[in-house]
Design a protein around this ligand. Structure first.
Ligand SMILES: [Cu+2]
Length: 168
């Protein structure tokens, strides 16, 4: 009798786990949507000619224009910077930026931009020191427009060595 109950419990365990997983996905729909927004291949624009570490960068998106600027320039690793996004002629309802390095796992460096009124969005940004000594990042901005369409823009970003290592 006792063993029977345990067997039944064990048999229903995968179903309980599955239900838990479904519930988890359902509860995190927003995060999941943001993750999907960053999947490669959808409306990606490479903007190789503009380096976010040196100048503000502009791009045409959905008939409008956006400008992204990172301060200070250059940004040091481990230093807090301010990222500003200005939109014109395009209404967006979400913006997120991801910083990666080519052929290197730098962990998740993702920041959600917050609306600041008048088509302005901003986020405080801090990037880690690269253990391989590289200062070349790739910034991928993911936007969701008012129609629910996703856009991605990608710029190179050169940072300066961190202030503490620069003086050693
Ligand atoms: Cu690196």
């Amino acid at each position: 009798m006792k063993i029977d109950t345990r067997k039944k419990l064990l048999r229903s365990l995968p179903i309980i786990l599955l239900l838990g997983l479904v519930l988890l996905i359902f509860l995190n729909r927003d995060q999941l949507r943001q993750f999907i927004a960053l999947t490669p291949g959808e409306n990606v624009q490479q903007q190789a000619e503009c380096n976010l570490g040196r100048q503000p960068c502009t791009a045409q998106v959905a008939g409008g224009e956006i400008e992204v600027a990172l301060q200070p320039r250059p940004l040091h690793a481990m230093e807090q910077g301010q990222l500003r996004l200005h939109t014109q002629g395009i209404e967006i309802r979400g913006a997120q930026i991801d910083f990666t390095m080519a052929d290197m796992d730098m962990g998740l460096n993702r920041f959600t931009l917050k609306p600041a009124g008048n088509g302005q969005w901003q986020a405080a940004i801090t990037l880690p020191v690269c253990m391989q000594g590289s200062s070349e990042w790739i910034a991928t901005l993911a936007l969701e427009d008012a129609q629910g369409k996703h856009w991605q823009l990608r710029w190179p970003l050169t940072v300066a060595a961190s202030a503490s290592t620069a003086h050693q």
